[in-house]
Each structure stands twice: as C-alpha cells, then as structure tokens.
Design a protein around this ligand. Structure first.
Ligand code: EPU
Length: 334
C-alpha cells in the first residue's frame, strides 16, 4: 500500500479538473484492504475508490482517502462447450478486458468496447452502450465488506441491476468495495446489432468481433470526445424515464422527440432534450456542451469542477422549465 498526502488529482479524472486528495492510496493487492480500513479508521476519514476517474466531477478538494486498486489479474475459472467463465480483478482497465475477449473469440462484451473505466467500476452504474449492458454478462461480483472485513460474493440476481444503477450504487454504497467481477461469455458466435447505427452490419458477410469492435470505435469517435484531448466524462446526465401519459403529452408538443418504450414507462434521450433547446456547443467560460453531442459536457482547457457544475445546473433548470423533466446527473459529483 502506497500513501501520498495532498495528491493533485488532475491526472486522475477524465474531466482534468484540479482537486487535491487529503490522502491518496494505491492498493496493490486485495489482501491489503484490512490495512486500508485501519488507516481510514485511524484518520477518521471516508474512503473513495476511484477507477479511471471517468465518471466523476470534482468540485472541491477531497478531505478523503482517495484509493486506487492496482490488482488486475484475469483468470478463466471454468469452461463448457458453449461458454467461458472469467474472473477479473477490479483494477483492470475495462477496455483491456474487452480487447482480450475479442482476441479470444468470446462473445458478449464487444458492444461495450472503448468505454473508459475499470472492471471494478463497471457493475456500479451497470455500464451500457449500443444495446448491451454489463449486467447481461455478469455472473457474480466479489466484494470486500467494510463491516465484517470479509470477502463475499453477490450473485447477479441479487445485484439489483437496472438502467445505470445497481445495489453497489444504492444499498451497498460505502459499505462494500468491489474486488473482482466474474463474467460469462459465449464461445458460440452471436452479435447484438439492434442499435440503429449497427444494423447495417447484419448483411455484411465479413462480420466478426474485430469488425464490430472497430465499428463501435468509429461510432464512439463521432459522438464522444477522447478524454485524452478534451476533458469529459461521457454522458453527463442519465436519460430520464417518464410516465406514458407525460410522454404522450411531450410527443404532442414535440412530434420529433425520440422515445423508447419500456414496460410501464418511456425513456427519453436527454441529449435530444438539450440539443432541441439549441444548447449544443453552448459555452460558459471554459465549460461547454460538446459541439457534436449535447449529452456530454466538456472542459475546453482550464475549467474548474465548479464551473462545469454551474453549466450542468443551468441545463437542468432550462430542461425543467421547458419540458417539466428533472434531469439527473449520471456522473458522480463531489
Ligand atoms: N440526440 C440528439 N442530439 C444530441 C445527442 C443525441 O438529438 O446532441 C439524439 C440522437 O439523435 C438519438 C438519441 O438522442 O436519437 C439518442 O442518442 P444516442 O444513441 O447517441 O445515445 P444516448 O442516449 O445519447 C446512451 C448512453 C451512452 C451510450 C449510447 C449508445 C446514457 C446516459 N448514455 O446515450 O453512454 O454510449 O447511449 O448506446 O444512457 C455514458 O454512459 O457515458 C455513455 C456514453
């Protein structure tokens, strides 16, 4: 376990905003976790586990023990004729895992290519893209229980996976750390091409995992800025879910509004709501709405977290004023 004091976090968050961590701890092995808890108890400070910092906005210095997990082993734990079960430790970079599945001809993860973040962070908000959610390939999640200091496994059925949510974000928030995730991937070819920009691949005789990964890379490149060059955290807001009645009224007023039917409700793309207000490219100092995608807020250079938050609140207010819909941030704000 390696501890530094007053660590600058600019390089540890993809918005690249400045913030200092009172303590910054790198944990090399999960066996060090009891030691981390001892340290936190001694300092009487909360612990924040940071993945790649790709879904956080820091608006102040953090009087916390900001921790990164460096353990990242990948192990095939069992196989059948049709599937492979793989346990991956929390610190592994998510897309390195996806790339590994593609190289090994395993099906199920490829639509989640190029999502920034770590394997341990993926179940927390049930990452999703292009018709796939990580919940669909998770078997179980191993956690370190902060009360009992034991490792336990939570089966997928008990993870309460929902759109951008799970038990790790609700009941178990600050109560357990994810230390590894076990996935079940298919050896039998299958492709999820339901997303509109992927449907053209259905008729492509050369369709394989590499081609699908490459196509997803191209779609993402058009809509999502690379955090290495423009600070951002992907979608800033969740797509709101409204009642069927409210959706009908909205459709009467804005016939072009895209709407996705769920069982008993309707999901509306927040990007469309913001775009339709003419806010794509809107700037507030160094914080801006990305010019190619209204759902993404960007740091044009040296924005602070507070400035980005101010822009986010401005958007929340505008969207509420016009559509009577309350947008919720998808990123975690500190
Ligand atoms: N749209 C606009 N203007 C915009 C942005 C979007 O009109 O500026 C419209 C699009 O034309 C489309 C609809 O909104 O009709 C939905 O857009 P898109 O398919 O790009 O997806 P999204 O709903 O904006 C979600 C996820 C993304 C994920 C994509 C693709 C959320 C909050 N975001 O975005 O996830 O990559 O679908 O599956 O659910 C992330 O979570 O950080 C993320 C990038």
């Amino acid at each position: 376990m390696q501890i530094t004091e007053n660590q600058d976090l600019t390089q540890y968050n993809t918005f690249h905003v400045p913030a200092k961590a009172r303590y910054f701890v790198l944990v090399e092995n999960k066996s060090e976790l009891p030691q981390l808890i001892d340290f936190a108890n001694h300092k009487q400070l909360p612990i924040l586990i940071l993945g790649q910092g790709s879904n956080v906005l820091f608006t102040r210095d953090l009087n916390m023990i900001v921790t990164k997990f460096n353990f990242s082993n990948l192990q095939i734990t069992s196989q059948t004729h049709d599937s492979t079960i793989i346990q991956v430790q929390a610190g592994k970079i998510w897309d390195n895992f996806v790339a590994w599945t593609v190289e090994n001809n395993l099906y199920g993860a490829v639509n989640l290519s190029f999502i920034p973040g770590t394997v341990g962070a993926a179940p927390v908000q049930n990452i999703g893209a292009y018709g796939t959610e990580v919940a669909q390939i998770i078997e179980k999640v191993e956690v370190f229980d902060l009360q009992t200091l034991n490792f336990t496994e939570i089966h997928k059925q008990n993870c309460q996976f929902a759109y951008r949510s799970s038990i790790f974000k609700t009941q178990l928030k600050n109560k357990a750390f994810i230390t590894s995730v076990t996935f079940k991937l298919s050896k039998k070819p299958y492709f999820n091409l339901q997303y509109k920009d992927l449907q053209h691949l259905k008729n492509n005789p050369g369709l394989n995992l590499q081609l699908l990964r490459q196509t997803i890379g191209q779609i993402r490149h058009k809509k999502l800025p690379d955090p290495k060059t423009i600070g951002n955290a992907g979608s800033f807001f969740k797509n709101p879910i409204v009642s069927k009645e409210q959706a009908r009224q909205l459709k009467d007023r804005w016939p072009q509004m895209p709407q996705y039917q769920l069982n008993n409700a309707v999901k509306i793309p927040a990007g469309w709501l913001i775009d339709n207000l003419g806010l794509k490219g809107y700037k507030m100092g160094q914080a801006a709405v990305y010019q190619h995608n209204a759902l993404v807020l960007v740091n044009l250079g040296n924005a602070t977290g507070k400035q980005i938050l101010k822009l986010a609140n401005f958007i929340i207010d505008k969207v509420f004023e016009i559509y009577k819909i309350k947008l919720e941030p998808e990123v975690n704000i500190f």
